[in-house]
Each structure stands twice: as structure tokens, then as C-alpha cells.
Write a protein that binds this ligand. Sequence first.
Ligand code: DX5
Ligand code: ZN
Length: 246
Amino acid sequence: SPPAIIAPSILSADFGALGQACSDTIAQGADWLHVDIMDGHFVPNMTFGAPVVTKIRPHVERPAQGLGRGTFDCHMMIAEPKKWVKDFKKAGCDLYCFHYEAAISSTAAESPEATSEKKTSPKEMIRYIHDQGMRAGIAIKPKTDVRVLDEILESEIKEEVPDMVLIMTVEPGFGGQKFMPDMMSKVQMLRQKYPELNIEVDGGLSEATIDTAADAGANVIVAGSAVFGAKDPREVIGKLRQAVEG
Ligand code: DX5
Ligand code: ZN
């Protein structure tokens, strides 16, 4: 598998001192920042948008190359993912991860009769994100079948292939929920077929659940409450990493 990446979710950080919280977590050994963007439509909760990302960006050094330390991994839990790509690029997002479900339904809304076009919509999103100079991720909710991703991951067109897949291990919307072990069959299936793929898991990850996720083949680990709620976040980040590196 590709290298272990620990991405604390700042959803559980102190929003009153967000810049400091971001630089602290990187100093404590985190690789990426997982930035949860919620619009109150795609999920029943709201966080913040590009203006806040712009303000926290200078608190964390940009990765020297690719998806290195300091990557802003923006998890877009929003109904209109295409609409905000340019704003997030400007704000300093490195990896724009949209939801498959949102891409599909916004295309369906544009043209209800669409069939084959409907299916290519996520690929168009990925190409668009790449064109804007960011890496692209695609996320699926717990009830979405992982096999919908095969057609996308196997695209012959390089620009349409995502840099990461995010398997949600809770229903998106809130931190502090219970990890869904049933989702590990999705991770296993992907890891078997795509040995080099970045596979991210998000929701309920902690010292208690990390081994299950690591054994299944996840390499990008999001943890919100487990990191920001810890007495010693550095220790938790280290343990998560150790579990993935084996
Ligand atoms: C949930 C978010 C997660 C959340 C995870 O919708 O996507 O990133 O912050 O929080 P924990 O790690 O507490 O489950
Ligand atoms: Zn998230």
C-alpha cells in the first residue's frame, strides 16, 4: 500500500482558535489537515467555506510537492461540488474531495433524461478539479455501493482518475460517531484491485478501531475527536501511524 497518512479532522478543533489548532496538529506529527466543509443541504449540519480556509492556510506550510505534509484535504459535503472548485483552489485547498452522490444528483437535476452522461459526471468533476491544479478525491457514503467507483478508477483517461477514494465509516455530518466496521469490505475490495490507490477512511477512527481499518488496507486515516479530544494528541497520531505502518 501507499504510505500511511494521518489527517486530523479540524471539525473537532477549537473553532475560536482554528489557526493555532491547525499549526499545532501538524507540529504534533500530522501529515494532512482534513477540512470538513458542510452546507446544510448535503448533510444536516454546516461548518464554513472558502473564506475561513483562506485564513487558516497561512498557519500551515504548503507541501513541498504533491500530497506531502501540510496538504489541505477538503472533504466537500456539499450539494453542488462543482460550484466551489475555483474558490477552494484560491483558498489554498490541495485535494478537493467531492461526494459521488452529490455529483450524480446535480447532473440528474440538470437533465432528468440523462443516462450515460449521468454516469460520466464524476469523471468530469475529477477532470475539472485537475484542470484547476488540485488533486481530486471521490467520497462515498455508507449506503453507496463501492462498485460504482470501478468505472471511474479504470478510466483510460489519466485526468479522470481520482488521486484518492474516501470510504465514509459514519454517515457524514457530525464528528464523534461510531465507526461502521461493515464498511471494511469496501476498503478490502478496493485495496485488492488497486494496490497503489490512496484509500481514506473517515468517521469513528481511534486507537480502538484503527487496526480494523489498517488490516482492510486503508492508508489515509482521518480522526477528529480521537485527536482533538486527546490529552496527548501527539501520542494518538503516533499510534494511528504505527498501526497503519504495521
Ligand atoms: C463527518 C466528518 C468527519 C468527522 C470525523 O461527517 O466527515 O471528518 O470530523 O470525526 P470523528 O473522527 O470524531 O468521527
Ligand atoms: Zn470528513
